[in-house]
Write a protein that binds this ligand. Structure first.
Ligand code: 8YV
Length: 316
């Protein structure tokens, strides 16, 4: 009999979906109107869960699945999974570690360049027909901020942080970072986030959000200053969003580029009209290549756990 798995969020790659269907009996929780009733009906059989990094799984849902052996996260962040509870129950948690590093770092640079160089504003300007009709061409668009050589501050020097640093270094950017401790990397460590914010022109968030606290407060934003930019490709909850909005409105920072938000899929509407922000719908890992690799890792980790092997990407 095929193991039963509960799928909490969609997988967009057809051949990964087919592979899941061929190996397992897949219960598509995310498609159910009455999720409570659906879980009650299926709970007794479920041995595996597939979920996204942002979606994770509540402790409550895990508690309702008595035969649960594995939670396979189709992502790298495990902040939405109660790891301590899973450990106590002997439930293995896997993540697609390493699969999305390059894409997320690429998007961080893309966001930095977009917000500093006004790429989205320029695009809107041309599409609205304003270029041809404006009496002084380009006058409504302010001069942009040069990216090459900007002082970049990275919060979290893990895989993604390092990949961002490599890219920023190629743009001639001096790089400072903060983490729990100094690491063996050729960049300048700053123990204090406020000092890091003071010392950089662009603060890039690449940290895990396991503690759930907002690191970027109004104080940090004020330290970043009126010439500074905030880039977030990690988790929305790392930023105090009302404080970010207030800092933008008060001109206390120059701009922000965000791929992630505290309450996805909702992004604060007050940001929508602002030309000093660039917004993305949590898409840093959303390339065909990376999502395929992630899907393959999810399938492999389920297969391994059900075969009694240690899965790749096991979160300890
Ligand atoms: C994914 C993520 O978009 O890796 C993560 O933790 O949040 C993202 O890369 C998400 O997991 C897709 O389901």
């Amino acid at each position: 009999m095929k193991p039963h798995i509960l799928q909490l969020s969609p997988i967009l790659i057809p051949h990964i979906r087919e592979r899941l269907e061929s190996l397992f009996t897949v219960h598509r929780y995310f498609e159910q109107a009455d999720k409570e009733a659906y879980v009650s009906e299926q709970a007794a059989h479920i041995r595996g869960v597939v979920t996204g990094g942002h979606t994770g799984i509540s402790q409550d849902l895990m508690a309702r699945l008595p035969k649960l052996e594995v939670v396979a996260v189709n992502g790298v962040g495990t902040d939405a999974v109660d790891l301590a509870y899973a450990r106590d129950r002997g439930i293995q948690v896997t993540a697609t570690i390493g699969a999305l590093t390059e894409d997320v770092a690429d998007l961080a640079m893309g966001l930095l360049i977009s917000v500093c160089r006004g790429i989205c504003s320029g695009d809107r300007f041309v599409r609205a027909g304003l270029w041809a009709t404006s009496p002084t061409p380009l006058a409504p668009l302010p001069l942009a901020r040069q990216v090459s050589g900007m002082r970049v501050g990275i919060v979290g020097m893990g895989r993604v942080g390092r990949a961002v640093a490599q890219r920023a270094a190629a743009f001639g950017c001096p790089i400072h970072y903060t983490d729990l401790q100094a690491l063996e990397v050729p960049y300048t460590f700053e123990a204090d986030l406020l000092q890091l914010a003071r010392d950089c022109d662009a603060l890039i968030l690449a940290a895990a959000a396991d503690k759930g606290e907002a690191l970027v407060t109004r104080e940090v934003l004020q330290a970043l200053g009126p010439e500074g930019y905030l880039i977030n490709i990690a988790r929305g909850k790392l930023v105090d969003e009302p404080a970010l909005l207030a800092a933008l409105q008060a001109g206390e920072i120059a701009g922000a580029a965000l791929d992630v938000f505290a309450d996805e899929p909702r992004a604060p509407e007050a940001l929508f009209e602002r030309e000093d922000v660039v917004l993305q719908p949590h898409r840093a890992s959303a390339t065909l290549q990376t999502r395929t690799r992630m899907g393959e890792m999810v399938v492999a980790s389920l297969v391994d756990v059900f075969a009694g092997k240690t899965p790749q990407g096991l979160v300890r």
